[in-house]
Design a protein around this ligand. Sequence first.
Ligand code: NAD
Length: 497
Amino acid sequence: MKNVTEYKNYIAGEWVRSRSGQTFENRNPADTDDIVGIFQKSTPGDVDDAIAAAKEAYKKWRLVPAPKRAEIIFRIAARLAKEKERFSRDMTREMGKILKETRGDVQEAIDMSFYMAGEGRRQFGQTTPSELPDKFMMSIRQPIGICGMITPWNFPMAIPSWKIMPALVCGNTVVIKPATDTPLSVYNFIKVMEEEGLAGGVVNIVTGSGKDVGEPLMRHKDIGVISFTGSTEVGRKVSEACASDFRHCHLEMGGKNCILVMDDANVELAVEGAIWGAFGTTGQRCTASSRLIVHKKVIKEFTEKLVERAKSLKVGNGLDESVEMGPAVNESQMQTVLKYMDIGKNKDGAKLLCGGGRLTGPGYDKGYFTMPTIFGEVTPNMTIFREEIFGSVTSITECNSFEEAIEIGNNTVYGLSSSIYTQDVNKAFAAMRDLCTGIFYVNAPTIGTEVHLPFGGTKETGNGHREAGTAALDVFSEWKTIYVDFSGKIQKTQIDS
Ligand code: NAD
């Protein structure tokens, strides 16, 4: 194999091979002849080594003043900005989404890094008067210790940044296991950290499978908090692994997000929103707009315009600037999407409006390309309405009223994101209150968060925590409440006061 780089694990500040001596290939899903890199097929022993390194590094890192930790994070952010184009191209090659979007992904890591660097001089606690004289009280954030991170492939640098940066600024050390499809983007991120002077052992990367790396990481007793983003199925296992000894776990999982299009909506705008929300990242977003709930008065116009736009989308290799939608991330993801297309057509009995299969022919034969697909006449009992597809498929469900739209919108086990298109401020506010999701948009699709507000979902999407914004600090720190009595005598709270 010529010119293919072998990437190593980063443990205790050294780039090392796996104890297994084995590697795996990372291939471009738009062109499977293109090998992006060779990565370590790591073992539970490698995870032990990384955790031991993080444990040792924690002794010093937790004592570095937070503003000094932040100076390194600022430098990392600035360096990411310089490398943005190279990292974006690497990302498109390793997971397929188009360049515009991978640039956005790297930008999100830049934004998050700058934002969390700012937290080096904030991390505000509370001071409050005591009920007793000559007594002072306050609360401060303390790091938790070693943070284990397990991340998915759809936001290969953004999601790791949402976890690593708040963890570091709070004084924790990190062991991260990237998704097997996207180790290069995490490698690029960690390499910048090394080059910008982060001490060895503060962040460690171990690549490999969920079974050989993710499982031992989440079960290890020295891990204080596991932060996981991925499927609800695996998230449940993480939760169970942490429950018996009460180790913290932070879970961001699946979604089945809805756009409500009301009869007073700007239909053109709603169509553009639905196209971006449903087919951006080839529909492989936890926030993808996979359920379009449309008022009967505008459903005909909305459907015709949406189908026309979907048919015109240019699908192909994301490195081509004119392409609007890339491939599925790998063969098994493509097969899952094709299976759901088949269920929609043959089992659910929904009406296939466009797409419905794999793209073949010149430009497509070496990749995992699926057609932008829309199903009409979808009802809440159908599988394609209920289950997360994570691909280029969306569905249209008719509603008769605003109240019915809300009811249909909430008819899901997930609770990540939702949106409404309406010109009526009363409907917008009522939907804001009544849709049971962690994120809500007015006159915008279900995707497109910013780093300085909380991100996460309700029901089977999350377990009550949030990433991003100051909420992220709550995942990676614990409150310590401190009382200082300078009266020189015993003072009994609730009794002497
Ligand atoms: P996944 O659950 O298959 O994998 C996520 C990570 O877990 C990967 O690193 C994987 O290797 C690891 N893993 C797999 N099995 C494991 C096991 N038994 N033990 C420990 N780790 C294991 O998910 P995916 O296919 O990478 O990503 C798609 C899913 O992620 C979708 O459900 C999507 O909605 C969800 N997601 C959620 C958010 C969010 O913030 N809510 C964001 C992005 C993706």
